[in-house]
Design a protein around this ligand. Sequence first.
Ligand code: PMP
Length: 369
Amino acid sequence: MTSYAQEHGAINLSQGFPDFDAPSEILENAVRALRSGQNQYARSMGYQPLVEALSEKIQQHYKLKYDPYTELVVCSGATEAMASTFLGLLNPGDEVVFFEPYYDSYPACAAIAGAVGRYYTLRFPDFSIDFKELEKCFSRRTRLLVLNTPHNPTGKVFTQAELEGIAALCEKHDTVVAADEVYEHLTYDGAKHVPIASIPGMRERTLTISSAAKTFSLTGWKVGWASGPAQLIAAVQAAHQFLTFAVATPFQAAIAMVLQSDNSEYYRKLREQYLERRDLLLKALKETGFRVSVPAGTYYILADFTRLLDCDDRAFARYLVKQCKVAAIPPSVFYTRDPSEGKRLVRFAFCKKIETLSEAALNLKNLAV
Ligand code: PMP
């Protein structure tokens, strides 16, 4: 969709990358690291000051303790942390439980590991969980459950009660959780991000994955990490060592430097700015005639377009680019079990400047019924 948007000169609300820069202080940190000769291979499990700073940050935010040297690994983004998790933990034929719609790298990486996916469909607009149905996704071969909260593309923030329900199933079926929490700092309207590792009994069976991409608007740096009990981290590291070996040293150094200071004001402002962007786009979509699900987290909105045009999501996404020069993602590609659920929806990303979103809002008026 990004190249299709470029081809047609459309405003790109499809791919989830900001059209504004990261805080200049972090960019300067990277320049300093580059100029001070930190340009050779980093420690494979992560540049020492970064794993130390991450261990401190996780403890401060969630009261979870991870040893920086044995219970943390820095990867080339959350994507590689997830790929290393699949490759390190799964044998061919093992089963993985996914919630769909999903971040599309998960099933692809599971396939590389020879694993088999079992899918639970979260349904628009409330994306609630029927635990009896969810349990049907488990079998004797289930090894891993992938949980993404706050969730791309629905914007769902899993509640404490939902996490407890998932935790109970994972304990009952002796399943490890890979928790993708890259949107941990993007929650709205009082929704609180709760790491599943903080649910009693879960720290020992959870790998928590996060990244600098979304929190610091640095999607191009590809600095991510996994935290978990030493035995599980050793499995991730076994794959990471031979996939990428280590992550770019100056970028790790720059993230370490920013994490060494108190960022609570930065996180608060980040949320506030995203809330303003979310509300601007929500208003424009509602006025246009979309039915929307209000996201409690992430920087995506899923919208039902059936009142506007009778077609599937791919045709609608193309129509949107041509008719009003706005690009969005057709989300049926994020489903395996029930793609029809995504065929009436499109996903908009609001990680864009207010000017960009205002221009998109104006363009959307060309669609209004
Ligand atoms: N996880 C989720 C749920 C995402 O939406 C994305 C970006 N689209 C990523 C991971 C990618 O993270 P990274 O750039 O750190 O690999």
